[in-house]
Design a protein around this ligand. Structure first.
Ligand SMILES: [Ca+2]
Length: 550
């Protein structure tokens, strides 16, 4: 608890419960509209003033190319810069991860309990000192990761500044209050205080304070330039991409102007344009949708993907939520209600979507029991195998630390010393053995790590030869390049399935793959007719590649 009786600082982490608030607000609106009888535009005087017109952004976009390339990135949540640099060299580069999303590097607030939401409360745009390390360490990380073939994506918190504590002193020693940040922003740079409370009203969502966080007036050219200068500083250090935190809370044309400032400046300097992806969730009855942001960066030559929150519903199939969710419903050509596709699920196009089974916000959602995570290790593995095996979107793997899914646990910061400085990473040896307060390192799990290679090798192919048992055992090929089979049943399943692969003996990459002329783990044989007979134990999977053939 903190002074004033609040339970910790408020933070976008809680934003997903707002969907319910938005629906509730909409419900009240509809009730009001219907209260006087049938709603009809005829003959009546509309006493509601039309909402003020807000500019919109054309939806034309160019794909980033990450989905088509079969790329995967990892979010090393709260990791220190030196540890990320080492991880790029020892694990991420060799495994083929395209990039690392790092925690926000700017100067952040210091809260009494050093909970993780500190990082989402900016105090200045200096990266001289955050709990992940110093500017020199950050620059070294960018260079070493790049040398290992791994890009760095920065989580850019540009919608707001800090509301707690106020007054306070940031991680680099800057003294501030909620609306005064020396040398950066004064009260005139913020929207007039109001509370984000009505998701049916775009102006309320974008120009008011998200959980009381002071909302930057991105309608101001000087504010936009200061934000752009921060991002440009990072790009000049070699940062290759940006996640825009709380993008739905920034007016879409104003955000496009910020992106354009960055893109055009970098173009003039002869530097590559960054990859952008925006945090925009969809919610029933909301004024703003992911499609309102499709055109971000287009006019300045860039590409911006968007987070597809609907995708995480895949986890419900693997946890067999409510007893009526099953893996066979992930068939891309399944019947109505039993099909996984962008159209069937109401998701954005594959070439626009960043997908995930969990992100740092959803993992901390108490209302959803923190989602499918390491604490349910084998099911978590199987779901990741599926996410990385099927072709939709640009997948992100969250790698974090162990915490208890309760009111206190979900606010807990990373392993730290008594002063709140993050401790070096020491990974649990596997998902099963991760103890509270220990780094889990989900991305090092052999199933997840090996599927990064799978996704890239099968890129450009579709799902074919889908097979399922009508419940929770499935298999499919990716062209002639790969095959996965997953059994989420409580018992072993034996089946003979058609495949897209040529005859021969293949090594399962999940259990070690090929080692010279032999398999390190499981092997399977495809007969001359292209059929595979296999027996999968309960809660297991195999994945084979044309390149894992003996
Ligand atoms: Ca805003």
């Amino acid at each position: 608890m903190v002074p004033g009786g609040r339970v910790g600082p408020v933070h976008p982490a809680r934003r997903f419960s707002r969907t319910a608030s938005a629906v509730a607000a909409l419900g009240l609106t509809l009730l009001g509209a219907c209260g006087g009888g049938p709603a009809s535009p005829k003959g009546g005087i509309d006493t509601n003033p039309p909402p003020p017109v807000r500019p919109s952004l054309a939806g034309t976009y160019r794909p980033s190319g990450h989905a088509a390339a079969g790329d995967v990135f990892v979010h090393l949540f709260e990791w220190r810069w030196p540890d990320i640099a080492s991880e790029c060299e020892t694990h991420l580069g060799p495994a083929g991860f395209k990039a690392v999303q790092v925690s926000p590097p700017e100067e952040h607030s210091i809260t009494p309990n050093h909970d993780w939401s500190e990082r989402y409360q900016p105090v200045s745009y200096s990266i001289d000192r955050s709990r992940s390390g110093t500017r020199a360490e950050f620059a070294d990380m960018v260079n070493r990761c790049k040398a290992a073939g791994v890009d760095i994506y920065v989580d850019a918190v540009i919608n707001h500044m800090t509301n707690f504590p106020s007054p306070g002193t940031g991680s680099n020693g800057t003294n501030y209050t909620k609306y005064e940040y020396p040398g950066l922003y004064t009260q005139a740079d913020f929207h007039a205080p109001c509370t984000v409370s009505n998701y049916a009203d775009a102006a309320n969502v974008q120009d008011c304070e998200l959980f009381g966080l002071p909302d930057l007036n991105t309608g101001s050219a000087t504010v936009r330039q200061k934000i752009a200068d921060y991002l440009l500083m990072l790009a000049r250090l070699g940062v290759a991409g940006f996640r825009i935190d709380a993008a739905k809370h920034i007016q879409q044309v104003e955000l496009d102007k910020i992106i354009s400032l960055v893109n055009t400046t970098l173009t003039a300097e002869g530097r590559p344009l960054p990859y952008w992806f925006l945090e925009v969730s969809a919610g029933f009855g909301e004024a703003l949708h992911p499609s309102d942001y499709f055109g971000e960066g287009y006019s300045s030559g860039g590409a911006a993907d968007i987070t597809e929150f609907i995708f995480k519903g895949v986890a419900d199939k693997f946890t067999q939520k409510d007893g009526n969710q099953h893996l066979f419903q992930l068939n891309p050509n399944g019947s109505q209600g039993n099909q996984f596709s962008a159209a069937a699920w109401g998701m954005m196009p594959s070439d626009k979507a960043v997908v995930f089974l969990q992100n740092h916000d959803t993992q901390h959602e108490l209302s959803n029991q923190c989602g499918l995570r390491y604490a349910n290790p084998q099911v978590f593995r199987l779901a990741n195998v599926w996410m990385l095996a099927e072709p939709y979107g640009y997948p992100s793997v969250l790698s974090s630390y162990a915490f208890s899914c309760d009111q206190v646990g979900i606010t807990m910061g990373p392993p730290s010393d008594a002063n709140g400085w993050t401790l070096p990473v020491s990974c649990a040896s596997n998902l099963e053995s991760a103890t509270l307060g220990q780094w889990v390192c989900e991305h090092r799990d052999p199933y997840i790590e090996s599927m990064v290679r799978f996704r890239r090798e099968v890129a450009g192919t579709d799902i074919n030869h889908w097979w399922d048992n009508g419940r929770d055992a499935i298999a499919f090929s990716r062209g002639a390049k790969g095959l996965v089979a997953i059994n989420r049943e409580a018992t072993a399943v034996t089946a003979t399935i058609a495949t897209g692969l040529s005859a021969g003996t293949y090594c399962d990459i999940l259990t070690g793959g090929r080692n010279g002329a032999a398999c390190s783990g499981t092997s399977v044989t495809i007969d001359p007719a292209g059929a595979l007979t296999l027996t999968l134990p309960s809660n297991s999977a195999i994945a084979i590649l044309a390149t894992s053939k003996l």
